[in-house]
Design a protein. Sequence first.
Length: 278
Amino acid sequence: MPAPPPIVLVFAGTDPSGGAGLQADILTLSSMGCHPLSVVTAVTIQDTMGVEDVLPIDAEWVADQARCVLEDVPVAVFKIGLLGSIEAVAAIAEVVSDYPDIPLVLDPILASGRGDELASEDLISAMRELLIPQTTLITPNSLEVRRLAGDDDANEDHDPDLAECARRLLGLGCEYVLITGTHENTPQVINTLYEQQGVVRTDSWQRLSGTFHGSGCTLASAIAATIANGLAIPEAVRDAQEYTWQTLKHAYRAGMGQLVPDRLFWAREEEREDGQAS
C-alpha cells in the first residue's frame, strides 16, 4: 500500500462559485500533491462578483470537526482562511494550541475582492490576541496588513509603511510575514517575506491584467502545500508564488465577475501538448 500524500487541514468558509474559500483550498492542495482535510467555519452566499452574506458555523461544531479528523489522520500543516466569528477564532486557537509542532499558515481574510467586509474590528483583535501568536506564516496583502497592524493606542497621522506593519505582526509572535503587493501602485507586484531579523526575500512578478477571485486563498494554500511537501519557509514561499502566478496567468472567466485562477493549469498544458504530439 502506498504512503499517503502530505495532509493539510484547512479551516475556511465555503464558496458556491468555486473560486475562493474551501473550494479553492481543496483544488490548490490537491493540485500540489496534498490530501486536504476541510473544516467549515462559515457558509457564504457569493458569486464571482462578491459576497452577499455569511452564515458562521457554531464554534463548537468548528472545533468538533477539527478534533474528529485530528484524532484519525496525521496532519502536516494547518491553513486558516475565513474565520466567520470571534467564537470560531477562540475555538480554532484552542484546537491548534494542542498541536504546537504543526506549522500554521494564516490567510487573514478581512474583505472580499469587491470590498465586502468580512471581519469586524473585534474579530481582528481576537486574531491578534489568539491566532497570530501561534502562526508560523501570515499572508496579508498590503490593505490587510495595515488593518492588522493598526495601533489602537496611537494617534497616527498616516498609515505605517509595510516594513513597520510586518514588524508589528512579528512582535505579536508569528514567525514570518509575507506581504503581497497586488494593491500597491507599482509597475510589478512585489511580495516581501519578513522574519524577526528583517527581510528574508523579495520577489517581483509581472502585473497581470484583470482581477481575480480567490488569489489569496490560492497563495496561502500553495504555501501550506509546499511546506507540507518538506520545503523550508523561504523556498516554500518562492515556489508557491510561482504556482499562484501561473494560476492567474491561466485564469478563466467562469461568471460575470472576477477571473478564476486555474489551479489545474499544468494538466491542461499537458493535454494541449499531448494533442499537438498526436
